[in-house]
Design a protein around this ligand. Structure first.
Ligand SMILES: NC(=O)c1ccc[n+]([C@@H]2O[C@H](COP(=O)([O-])OP(=O)(O)OC[C@H]3O[C@@H](n4cnc5c(N)ncnc54)[C@H](OP(=O)(O)O)[C@@H]3O)[C@@H](O)[C@H]2O)c1
Length: 331
């Protein structure tokens, strides 16, 4: 603080910053607060990760082995990993997906490995609401304790909205697979869960539902629906014994991501799901896997405009690469 001996008063600038000294001190204090808050958030993320290892995840919430889990989009990738790992916990599995031969193969594999029952329902979720009467009839009266709304559809490659090939059909397909399926499957399964006052609904969204991803506009917006849907539903039905979790992966090595090689930040579907299942009952909204949590943490901290700009750059590069490959194939 600066005291002016000629006037006997505090210098005006000192009055303004009287409590903290010079203006630089403000920045220092802000810096300390920022670093402390950031450090606290990282520490909490780490503590949650450690807690999830001890918690038991989905296993600790299943009080009736021998009941059923329903998994959509389950013949490959993340959905197949959920089906297998839930079967491992002793639940029977209803497999709903598009390709009958793949459904049969996954069903017999699960039955022989995990000694549980399976039931298959062939359905193409791009067919809109037509498929649900059959699904409803087949699930009637079953004791379903877990629903995994996993089926998803993305773009063939990132593209400007108006340049999407067969745009209006693609939009409807994206909405039916990513949005209609989540609302309709939940509508079919949730009443029984609420009646029994027990159930777990796992909705597979995406990190692109947390922050806008240009050039995957419709997909990103659909996944934002999944995030909001999950959040609101948890508030409505949490007190009825229902656990709803929204899972938001970054890249996982599957057919959809077109990434074959796994790495620390791009896990295999089974590594990802093993980790995500540990967070059920602990985290209502989760990136599911520790390295993805760190990425999500960074993404939420950076300003939205920067994330969107970087996303746009990345997607432009991916789009150009995909088009080059297409051209090479044609030639
Ligand atoms: N992989 C990633 O990097 C990533 C990142 C963020 C979020 N996600 C989300 O994770 C979920 C699973 O993705 P994934 O990467 O595991 O996908 P995937 O490997 O492509 O598997 C998709 C599964 O869904 C089925 N399916 C696709 N379209 C269908 C349709 N119209 N009707 C019925 N079944 C259909 C497929 O069956 P067929 O075998 O018959 O095609 C397959 O079993 C999706 O919701 C996706 O948005 C993935």
């Amino acid at each position: 603080m600066n005291f002016d001996p000629t006037t006997g008063k505090m210098a005006s600038s000192s009055c303004v910053f009287g409590v903290l000294g010079k203006s630089g001190d403000y920045f220092a204090v802000l810096g300390v607060l920022f670093v402390s808050y950031f450090g606290l958030k990282v520490a909490l993320t780490f503590i949650r990760f450690i807690r999830s290892l001890a918690h038991g995840g989905l296993a600790s919430l299943i009080n009736k082995p021998g009941t059923w889990a329903v998994v959509t989009g389950c013949t490959d990738g993340i959905g197949k990993a959920y089906a297998e790992q839930i079967a491992k916990l002793g639940l029977n599995i209803v497999l709903i997906s598009r390709t009958e031969s793949k459904l049969n193969a996954v069903a017999s594999d699960i039955e022989s490995k995990y000694k549980v029952k399976t039931m298959i329902i062939q359905a193409d979720f791009t067919n809109g609401t037509d498929i649900y009467p059959n699904i409803r009839t087949k699930l009637q009266g079953m004791d379903i304790s877990v629903l995994v709304n996993n089926v998803g559809l993305s773009y063939d490659y990132p593209e400007f909205f108006l340049q999407i090939t067969d745009r209006e059909k693609k939009c409807m397909d994206l909405i039916h697979v990513n949005v209609t399926s989540v609302a309709m499957m939940t509508s079919i399964v949730l009443p029984g869960m609420v009646e029994r006052r027990h159930g777990v609904v796992l909705n597979i969204s995406s990190a692109s539902g947390k922050r806008p991803t240009p050039l995957l506009t419709v997909y990103s917006a659909c996944k934002a629906f999944v995030s909001f849907f999950s959040d609101c539903l948890q508030t409505e039905y949490g007190s009825s014994g229902i656990t709803i979790q929204c899972v938001m992966p970054f890249f996982v090595a599957t057919n959809m991501s077109k990434i074959r090689k796994t790495s620390l930040f791009v896990p295999s579907a089974s590594t990802y799901v093993q980790s995500a299942l540990q967070t059920v009952g602990l985290e209502q909204e989760t990136y599911g896997y520790f390295p993805h949590k760190l990425m999500g943490f960074g993404m939420e901290w950076l300003p939205k405009w920067l994330i969107v700009l970087q996303g746009m750059k990345g997607m432009l590069a991916a789009s150009a690469k995909a088009k080059r490959r297409q051209q090479e194939k044609k030639e």
